[in-house]
Design a binder for this molecule. Structure first.
Ligand code: GLN
Length: 194
């Protein structure tokens, strides 16, 4: 499918949804804010944004979205998970809440807040495997890091602490906020694979 015209959901329960919606619209996709199971029905792909993963996990349950999400993921729905969204997509979460159930959309383990607290937020120019146009400006805010990547997971970028961008099939997860650096190449490459 062409990126242009693809209906791309943005999980809009909590966190940084607005700039993802704008990025999608700018790239010619049709953004759909997802709050209820019915919103997921017609989407071709989904962005799970940053925010607070403990809260997101609770809201995924209270909104009734978890079973619908699990069904779509099992069918191979393309997903871009960023920061808290990466944590929600992971298999195992270190330093999370005991009841923080991930979606297991990608075979990785992550450590929350691996780079320190809010004031330790930083920007890094990442070398991303296969991305034309030079380094990517990546904004890290209380970001997680990948502590284990399964055999089918490609690591596309890393920092000294570990992998920060991974892909497995149709699922891409970033420890950073690609919507904040003013560079839409990561969204573009996600849309190209839908
Ligand atoms: N530290 C947050 C969490 O654990 C993620 C922060 C973010 O999404 N910017 O959920």
């Amino acid at each position: 499918m062409q990126a242009s015209g693809a209906k791309v959901g943005v999980l809009a329960l909590q966190g940084s949804t607005r700039l993802h919606v704008l990025a999608l619209a700018e790239l010619g996709a049709e953004p759909v804010e997802v709050r209820r199971p019915v919103d997921l029905a017609g989407v071709d792909a989904l962005i799970v944004p940053g925010g607070e993963s403990t809260t997101l996990a609770l809201l995924v349950d209270s909104s009734g979205l978890r079973p619908a999400l699990e069904d779509r993921l099992a069918e191979g729905l393309p997903v871009l998970g960023t920061c808290a969204g990466m944590i929600l997509c992971a298999t195992e979460v270190l330093d999370g809440r005991a009841d923080q159930a991930g979606l297991g959309a990608v075979d990785i383990d992550v450590r929350r807040n691996a780079f320190g607290r809010q004031r330790d937020s930083f920007e890094a120019d990442l070398d991303i495997e296969g991305m034309p146009g030079g380094r990517f400006p990546a904004v890290f805010i209380r970001a997680p890091v990948v502590t284990r990547a399964g055999p089918d997971v490609e690591v596309l970028a890393r920092l000294a602490e570990g992998p920060v961008l991974c892909r497995s099939g149709a699922v891409m997860v970033a420890a950073f906020h690609p919507e904040l650096g003013g560079d839409l190449r990561l969204h573009q490459s996600f849309l190209e694979r839908i």
